[in-house]
Design a protein around this ligand. Sequence first.
Ligand code: 13P
Length: 305
Amino acid sequence: MDFVAEINALRKEKNAVILAHYYQIPEIQDIADYIGDSLALARRAAETDADIILFAGVHFMAETAKILNPDKKVLLPDMEAGCSLADSCDADELAKMKSELPGYKVLSYVNCSAKVKALSDVICTSGNALKIVESFPKDEKILFVPDRNLGAYINRETGRSMKLWQGSCQIHDILDAERIVKMKVSNPNAKLIAHPECNPAVLGIADFVGSTAAMLNFIVKDSSREYIVATETGIVHQMQKLCPSKKFYVAGNSETCACNDCPHMKRNTMEKLYLCLKNETPEISLDKDLIEKAKVPIQTMLRLS
Ligand code: 13P
């Protein structure tokens, strides 16, 4: 079957928009109406006038789109496409911690469930985290959930001392600084660019730290010809498209392991996209009350960034 032709016909017939994250497989990135980082995709979801949003990403991203568009149909090609960070923060545990920390504001990284968002004062993404934190008074007491690596990075960059939930991303956290140093020795002209979900040892030796979109901007503007890329492998497709003459080496944690292929992001396939659009399922559905509560901190984020 020609999935590209079939998906094109269906999206036209159903007035559907396809939003895809940079970590999707190249074919999905190429067929998307919009491709972006979490922040750009949330913005697109807030603005769209399509009847159906087909979200080629993971569950929390599609949930965010649904929260911003309760009356639209939001589809996720594979309901099992989760996120280790979102899984690491249980809403009941967060509610308990909140009750033990009176006076604290809860700042949640967008990689969390709708229930966790509903317990939060404001949401951030890796693209706007520093700006959102700086919008709080210097002495504000903040609990940051769920990514300890991003939280520690923000603390270092802003001089804050936010309390950190101890979650991490399964693919960024395991990237190994020692192996990256070896890659740097073999490729002395390559700059290391890293996502802030990486562990502090990797971030400490990075030439540039930023969200997926910030990394793409960096490689376009920067004069180097070679980069070691410390994030999920899918982004290299966009890097190669934007800068065909530059070289990109994916940072792994061994010669043989594809550990930074996110198993959740990579659950989406062209066939699943086609079936999802054709059958209009799996669909994200959320309780009305939960949507109302979770929408407030997301809208605060969109306003602040
Ligand atoms: P970005 O916001 O940089 O796209 O990151 C999304 C993500 O889930 C990283 O693991």
